[in-house]
Design a protein around this ligand. Structure first.
Ligand SMILES: [Zn+2]
Ligand SMILES: [Zn+2]
Length: 346
């Protein structure tokens, strides 16, 4: 059996072609993919052939933010049945390594993650019409939400994981730097987690408008008013309890520190490569710096929050394009000013 898939051969060489479709095993399901969101990592693979040391070395099916409908199930599957609409968790930790065994599956030593060139042979992705997946990857989302919304489960999981890093956000003042798709979902997750105020920054007004729709209580366009470096947010040793940094830009990280209160937390969500940071400011104010990577338990939580309409992800979906026009969709997704989340339909 075969299925149509979006296969990246090398930088900017994305083709729709047939890919093999495995037999459905006892604990597996056949899923007809309905929607798939283009993520920053997909874009890096497409535009640059990878990021950092991670390079595309063989044809790879992109895509990890997907949802679809179960078409068939293996003999031992009880979690879902044919016809169920599901969000498909792209993450398959091994379950056996020391990190999986200690409940830190996001650090699995033998992780299979859809559409990732981190390992070789590459872990093939889910931008395809049909896929055979394991039952434990499926999270039913009911009938009330679109598969496009369900496909936002993965980035929402990333956001829900990030807001847990600094401890309780209840009653806290939170700054979210960068209101792209992840920033927007981090805003929603911070509100869900009980943040009193969520101030969002970005360079573009369109993104800030979305930030408000996602729950930001105030916005600052840092292109017009460079900084937080002056004014109320930096007076008296800072305003915010927590900064959730989603840009990965060195200058932004640096400019956020004066706005952080002593003993506040800087959660780094965006990847930044290597950037200089003012250590003395961190020492002087006893700032806690922490990273956030991927998710595990947050995926079923994200599915439930979307399913029940408790977090509305619709504002971030700015375009929906049939997968046959994937190249056009990837070009749209690279225009940060015009788009947040571009999704493919299958
Ligand atoms: Zn993603
Ligand atoms: Zn593991």
């Amino acid at each position: 059996m075969e299925t149509k898939a979006c296969v990246l051969h090398s930088e900017k060489d994305l083709r729709i072609e047939n890919a093999p479709l495995a037999e459905v095993g006892d604990d597996q399901v056949l899923v007809r993919i309905g929607a798939g969101g283009i993520c920053g990592s997909d874009l890096h693979y497409y535009l640059d052939g990878g990021f950092g040391v991670v390079r595309v070395k063989e044809p790879i099916i992109l895509g990890h933010e997907v949802a679809g409908t179960v078409e068939a199930i293996g003999a031992k599957v009880t979690k879902v049945k044919p016809g169920d609409r599901i969000a498909l968790n792209p993450s398959r930790p091994c379950g056996k390594c020391k990190f999986c065994q200690s409940g830190e599956q996001q650090h699995c030593l033998d992780m299979w993650f859809y559409g990732s060139a981190m390992r070789f042979p590459h872990s093939q992705g889910a931008f395809r019409e049909r896929i055979v997946a394991y039952d434990f990857q499926c999270e039913p989302v009911g009938e009330a939400v679109s598969l496009g919304e369900a496909a936002c489960c993965e980035p929402l999981s990333v956001a829900l994981h990030a807001v847990q890093q600094p401890g309780s956000l209840t009653g806290k003042r939170v700054l979210v730097t960068g209101s792209g798709p992840i920033g927007a979902l981090v805003i929603a997750a911070a509100r869900y987690a009980g943040a009193l105020e969520v101030v969002a920054t970005d360079l573009h007004d369109a993104a800030l408008k979305k930030a408000v729709e996602m729950g930001a209580t105030r916005t600052v366009n840092v292109a017009q008013a460079p900084g937080l470096a002056a004014g109320e947010f930096t007076a008296d040793k800072g305003y915010f309890d927590v900064v959730l940094e989603c840009t990965g830009a060195g200058g932004v990280i640096k400019s956020a520190l004066p706005a952080l209160k002593p003993r506040g937390a800087l959660v780094q969500v965006g990847t930044a490569g290597e950037v200089p940071i003012p250590i003395d400011a961190i020492v002087g104010k006893e700032i806690r710096i922490m990273g956030s990577s991927r998710f595990h338990l947050e995926y079923p939580l994200a599915a439930r929050l979307i399913k029940e309409g408790r977090i509305n992800v619709k504002p971030i979906i700015t375009a929906t394009v049939p997968f046959e026009r994937a190249v056009e969709a990837f070009q749209m997704a690279s225009d940060r000013k015009a788009h947040m989340k571009v999704q493919l339909t299958f």
